[in-house]
Design a protein around this ligand. Structure first.
Ligand code: BGC
Length: 434
């Protein structure tokens, strides 16, 4: 059991900034007068199906989703699960499609949204319902850390149920490849400069030093370099306006990012995250930076920590937990609100959170899960989440609104495909901040 997880004050500032922006927009979605849950009855009478919209299609993700589906089948045998998953890591294809559906008044019954700025976008657009009453009905109010609930709340109303907590700043590595390159597989690296020496060694051994995939994974890598080089406080300052995007410390981080990209596979833009991770598994790459859904993926392949893979925080980020959380919403106009209600009950339940997270690589958002059911990696993540400085992930919706993330992604892609130089890249990143 673990009950003492706390967010560092650092995330509170980002949160406060996000909430202030939403409050200023004057539209928090609370104008809807319809009850999201349709009926005041406790039963799910009339619930026949639920279309669940996610981007969980890879091995570990699908296994996690299957865990939720089996709890749904147990608790709500009359509710048919309709899988609305759209492939593409980090919602790279799903989020645009979802936006078209929402704008065409064709919402799924429930959809995956990241806690923080991304969810705030849906709230501000009036696309998701206030589900505060479900928290009371399902007894969820005290189930989650208060700071996580703050990320799901606007003006006292709560808009989604969190499924998990993921960590983004993790390196996954192949010990055999490292060994062959003359490196100690148990080594960790205190800075980007230290890591470059190890990357040189892997490159000299004839393998790809660092595997990466399409644009979103490059943005993911960039965010971890910013944390490493700027430190937690200045990284958080990028999102609350207190760190200047045009400053020389950001230039230094972008130079390191450019150096890192020089160690990567050239076919990267045609790959998604499982492909880049697989290069490490197959021994054609030494290192890969990815969120800990990679742990679920490695587990789904029955690989063994220590012999098949090792992991450590991105160099220079030990003691920092780059945080994100998936959550589920009740869209305005959901065709089967009773089905969605059943799904949200399952997502928030102890059984649902356990079965889901064990397979997904993440840790439960609930504070009362039985730690012993989780893998060694997950137990280490639970410990780190309790003691580390928590910062919000850019790529996974915690730190910045979708429009800013899209502008950063465009600038990153332009830079890594040779369409801009570093100075232009930095100017475009600064412009994305508005
Ligand atoms: C989601 C994870 C998912 C990952 C890769 C992230 O944005 O939060 O749940 O596994 O993308 O698809």
């Amino acid at each position: 059991m673990y009950t003492s997880r706390k967010y560092a004050g650092v995330i509170a500032g980002v949160l406060a900034a996000g909430l202030a922006l939403t409050a200023c927009s004057g539209d928090d979605g609370s104008s809807s007068t319809e009850s999201p849950t349709g009926t005041t009855s406790d039963s799910m009478d009339g619930a026949t199906e639920v279309e669940v919209f996610t981007w969980w299609t890879s091995g570990g993700e699908k296994a996690g989703l299957d865990g939720l589906v089996s709890v749904l089948a147990e608790k709500y045998p009359d509710v048919e699960f309709i899988n609305g998953a759209v492939a593409g890591g980090a919602g790279s294809a799903a989020k645009d499609l979802l936006q078209s559906r929402l704008q065409a008044n064709d919402p799924p019954d429930t959809f995956q949204a990241h806690a923080g700025a991304e969810l705030d976008d849906y709230i501000a657009a009036g696309q998701v319902e206030d589900i505060s009453d479900l928290y009371t009905e399902f007894g969820l109010t005290d189930a989650f850390p208060a700071d996580l609930l703050d990320l799901l709340t606007v003006d006292g109303a709560i808009y989604s149920v969190p499924a998990n907590i993921h960590r983004a700043n993790v390196v996954w590595a192949n010990p055999t490849v490292l060994d062959a390159a003359g490196l100690d597989p148990a080594a960790t690296y205190a800075s980007m400069d230290d890591w470059f020496a190890a990357l040189d060694a892997v490159e000299a051994s004839g393998q790809t030093a660092l595997s990466v995939a399409t644009t979103w994974t490059q943005v993911h890598l960039l965010e971890t370099v910013l944390i490493s080089d700027l430190g937690a406080d200045a990284y958080v300052g990028l999102w609350d306006g207190t760190t200047d995007w045009t400053g020389s410390d950001v230039t230094g981080a972008l130079e390191d990012f450019e150096t890192l990209m020089g160690y990567t596979n050239t076919d990267r833009d045609g790959l998604d995250w499982p492909d880049a991770l697989q290069m490490v598994v197959d021994g054609t790459a030494g290192f890969n930076v990815m969120g800990d859904w990679a742990a679920g993926e490695l587990d789904a392949q029955s690989l063994t920590e220590g012999t098949d893979y090792v992991y450590f925080p991105v160099p220079g980020t030990a003691g920092v937990f780059d945080f994100l959380a998936d959550s589920f919403t009740m869209p305005v106009g959901a065709p089967h609100p009773e089905g969605a209600k059943a799904w949200l009950d399952v997502v928030g339940s102890l059984e649902g959170q356990t079965d889901f997270n064990v397979a997904k690589g993440s840790i439960p958002a609930r504070t009362d899960a039985d730690e012993s059911l989780f893998t060694a990696y997950q137990q280490s993540a639970i410990a780190d989440f309790a003691s580390d400085t928590i910062v919000p992930s850019l790529m996974h919706g915690a730190a910045a609104p979708i429009a800013q993330l899209n502008a950063i992604s465009d600038a990153t892609s332009k830079f890594t495909t040779g369409g801009s130089d570093l100075a232009t890249f930095q100017t475009e990143l600064a412009a994305a901040a508005g």
